[in-house]
Design a protein around this ligand. Structure first.
Ligand SMILES: Cc1cc2nc3c(=O)[nH]c(=O)nc-3n(C[C@H](O)[C@H](O)[C@H](O)COP(=O)(O)OP(=O)(O)OC[C@H]3O[C@@H](n4cnc5c(N)ncnc54)[C@H](O)[C@@H]3O)c2cc1C
Ligand SMILES: NC(=O)c1ccc[n+]([C@@H]2O[C@H](COP(=O)([O-])OP(=O)(O)OC[C@H]3O[C@@H](n4cnc5c(N)ncnc54)[C@H](OP(=O)(O)O)[C@@H]3O)[C@@H](O)[C@H]2O)c1
Length: 411
């Protein structure tokens, strides 16, 4: 079965019901602006619910991760678990009565110059039933996230490799890898944590570090490294904060280079600001690397007959491969627009200016600053739309013309 419908939305359409979409919806609610949230999955926060591993905890202290207008419960620990964070998001959506339209994947969105409106097309499939919708709205908020799709690298011979090959987003726990030699490709936060988890489940992980990486301790002398950096940034330039962080990292973690982990020439904050590369916050992986339980290996040349050949000429037997090779934005695949977003699916203007485009287009959660960046965008977007909304509704009340357009939106 197949059907097509066109729906006028009174207020903005928000694409994505992750933390960013939820935060924007909650802030709009406070401004009295109705909205519609479209989500491709069947639940809110699908990244957290479906595409993360069991042992995951928030990396940053809780005060940097809560969304606007509803703090975490007081009994939450400093670093909430994935389950606690999902519970919080569920209660956030309930509290602000945010009811997304689930199982609706946005396929295309474009601005119609003639009408001055956005046209957002979705496909909703439910069993054999396929419905197509077109939403027409004045404002479009992109909240599909920095991690919408997995990065799957092309590596010679990997297609013929007989063992299991999964992306980090499919990894739940090391339980099923017990006793196996697992090659973890990538040494970002995912690669480091999955290697630790594999180790804790009696697997033998080797972690590929093809270039360089900044590893910082999650805490320095009992204080969050991130919090310390935020504090120092209020007084000192980035280069000096970077120097201080690296000295502290050296004091706490020691020299990592002798274990195969080279540090980039730019400092951790500078690299984050210029290239968006997140430093790793260590939660125990380095200790396992030092003890030899996790092996660090250089880049990969190719896979042959259940073996991996490394760029240094070494060969290793491998039973399974985990691609901890990161994620990317999917905005270019559905948003037909070239001024505000660049080809990599991120706004062209860096933080703090990447939240507002032209003609009612907004972006939330593309600051490379995690949940705190998303909250800051959400507040600004809702204030901006709220201002126009209030002005126009006041004017409408003064005129007494009736509105006969068919409206569907949530409020
Ligand atoms: C393993 C992991 C751990 C992390 N831990 C932290 C942390 O501790 N602290 C932190 O600050 N950040 C962390 N992050 C960063 C993460 O990006 C944020 O926590 C947060 O999930 C971002 O929220 P978001 O709503 O912008 O994106 P997402 O959570 O990715 O939500 C986007 C939503 O949009 C939906 N969507 C995508 N495309 C479409 C479409 N075409 N149509 C309809 N819906 C669509 C998706 O299904 C998804 O539900 C982590 C990321 C990963 C991968
Ligand atoms: N607990 C937490 O809070 C937590 C946990 C996990 C992830 N996260 C967050 O989630 C986001 C994604 O992290 P991530 O670790 O999944 O991705 P990431 O930071 O983008 O790291 C990807 C890694 O894969 C490597 N890589 C990519 N292609 C490769 C190839 N062909 N061969 C070898 N190596 C390759 C990269 O190496 P190069 O550097 O050489 O490109 C890099 O080491 C980050 O923001 C991170 O902070 C948070």
């Amino acid at each position: 079965m197949f059907s097509k419908r066109c729906i006028w939305v009174n207020g903005p359409v928000i694409v994505g019901a992750g933390p960013s979409g939820l935060a924007t919806a909650a802030c709009l609610k406070q401004q009295g602006v109705p909205f519609m949230v479209l989500e491709r999955a069947e639940c809110i926060a699908s990244l957290w619910q479906k595409r993360t591993y069991d042992r995951l905890k928030l990396h940053l202290p809780k005060q940097f991760c809560q969304l606007p207008n509803l703090p975490f419960p007081q009994d939450f620990p400093e670093y909430p678990t994935k389950k606690q964070f999902i519970d919080y998001l569920e209660s956030y959506a309930r509290h602000f009565e945010i009811n997304p339209r689930f199982n609706e994947c946005v396929q295309c969105a474009r601005y119609d110059e003639t009408s001055g409106l956005w046209r957002v097309k979705t496909v909703a499939t439910c069993g054999a039933v396929r419905n197509e919708f077109e939403y027409i709205c004045r404002w479009l908020v992109v909240a599909t996230g920095e991690n919408a799709e997995c990065v799957m690298p092309e590596i010679e011979g990997l297609g013929e490799f007989k063992g299991d090959v999964i992306h980090a987003c499919e990894y739940k726990s090391g339980e099923s890898f017990k006793g196996k030699k697992v090659l973890v490709i990538g040494c970002g936060n995912s690669g480091m944590e999955l290697s630790l988890d594999l180790c804790n489940h009696n697997a033998s992980p080797s972690m590929v570090a093809r270039s360089s990486v900044h590893v910082l301790p999650r805490e320095v002398f009992g204080k969050s490294t991130f919090e310390l950096a935020v504090l120092l940034m209020q007084w000192l330039p980035v280069w000096l904060v970077d120097k201080i962080l690296l000295i502290l990292a050296w004091l706490v973690l020691g020299n990592m280079e002798r274990f195969g982990l080279k540090r980039p020439s730019e400092g951790p904050l500078e690299l984050k600001n210029t290239k968006g590369k997140t430093p790793v916050l260590d939660i125990g992986t380095l200790e396992k690397i030092r003890s030899g339980d996790i092996k660090v290996v250089p880049g990969i040349k190719r896979f042959t007959n259940g073996c991996v050949e490394l760029v240094n000429g070494e060969n290793q037997d491998v039973d399974a491969v985990v691609l901890a090779t990161g994620y990317r934005s999917n905005v270019p695949s559905w948003l037909q627009e070239g001024d505000f977003f660049s080809k990599n699916g991120f706004p062209k203007s860096p933080f703090p200016n990447g939240w507002k485009g032209n003609a009612g287009l907004y972006a939330v959660g593309f600051t490379r600053r995690g949940l705190s960046g998303a909250s800051s965008d959400a507040i600004k977007i809702a204030q901006d739309i709220g201002q126009v909304w209030k002005q126009e509704t006041k004017q409408k009340k003064q005129r007494t013309t009736a509105c006969h357009r068919r409206c569907i939106s949530q409020f």
